[in-house]
Design a protein around this ligand. Structure first.
Ligand SMILES: [Zn+2]
Length: 138
């Protein structure tokens, strides 16, 4: 890589147990797994139900809405791939369906982010194969 080549961001690996999640994200849908054995849902995607260990899991769309539980504003570049992003917000989000996830908050000025802020999912197409789930103020 030359000095002129921007450093790429590290991207998630698509694993067999997460492929359905990423395929839905490419279509701008946010899905979680529902166990057809015990009927409960889970996020993040796993190979088995974390309640009953069944491998019978189906994908189910969720609202993509929630509130910020906690957040931090990243102001220092720890990886060159993010140098043009700082400052940016990295948040823990409580989704309306009861799941908690970590994601970037985008299209929302960092000074406007607060605990309890209502957010909604925003899909970021980063490669032809990969779309990331991020969030923005609702
Ligand atoms: Zn189950």
């Amino acid at each position: 890589m030359s000095a002129d080549t921007p450093c790429a961001k590290p991207l998630p690996q698509i694993l067999p147990e997460t492929a359905g999640f990423w395929e839905a994200a490419r279509r701008h849908r946010f899905v979680v797994q529902r166990c057809t054995g015990c009927g409960r849902r889970q996020y993040f995607p796993r190979a088995v139900c974390h309640h009953c260990l069944s491998e019978a899991l189906a994908w189910e769309e969720v609202s993509g809405r929630g509130v910020i539980h906690s957040f931090t504003i990243i102001r220092q570049v720890q990886h060159a791939g993010f140098s043009s992003d700082v400052p940016y917000v990295y948040a823990v989000i409580d989704l309306d369906e009861g799941f908690r996830m970590i994601a970037n908050i985008i299209r929302t000025p960092p000074e406007c982010v607060r605990v309890g802020l209502a957010v909604k999912v925003a899909f970021a197409d980063v490669t032809p194969e990969l779309t990331l789930l991020q969030f923005e103020s609702a």
